[in-house]
Write a protein of this length. Sequence first.
Length: 243
Amino acid sequence: MSTMHHAEDEKRALVHVSAGPVTLEGMLDVPHNAKGIVLFAHGSGSSRHSPRNRYVAQVLREGGLATLLIDLLTAEEERVDSVTAHLRFDIGLLAGRLVGATDWLRQHPETRHLPIGYFGASTGAAAALLAATERPDAVSAIVSRGGRPDLAGLALANVHVPTLLIVGGLDYAVIEMNRDALKHLAGEKRLEIVPGATHLFEEAGTLEQVARLARDWFERYLTAPATEHLYLGEHPERHGAQP
């Protein structure tokens, strides 16, 4: 894998990403010698300014991964959705935007040589899974935080990308949704339940656990040859992780 050669430790830029008929704003951070890039798919009513996603992105960059935090809805769409809350559940729309951003990453000179991972939260997790079925040769790993992978529906059976589902131990309804979705995923998969955490991982130390789990998953799969995933077996759910 080729690497970048910059004098500075990290390049940061506000970027404008064409995704179909719209242009999306995002923040691209590329550490020196990055070994992969993680595209963030925000969930319900969230944005690239989410402190939780920004924290996780910082931990990933400390692990040598580039990040793209992008708003999947335009400013006008966000204004409408803040009232109607319908676009955040339009999984097909969000997945299409992610596919557009993925294609952009594969062409951008700073990122086109980097393997791509998705970090999805809430409904963004379903969008990430659906987008991965549309670009199976482009996406190497997926992590879901408090996600709704069940909303990807029948597409789950076509997801062969190594997928880690992270749920708070007190987020009971979402745990069951994730367990059900886990059964349908076709590739390497795991469910991690963070004890004592609610849906937004606001309890002390819980978001740190999310970030560490995500970093370890991406470091494993964004730096390994794509064919290696097929031979690692499955670990559907970590023992001792009951709510």
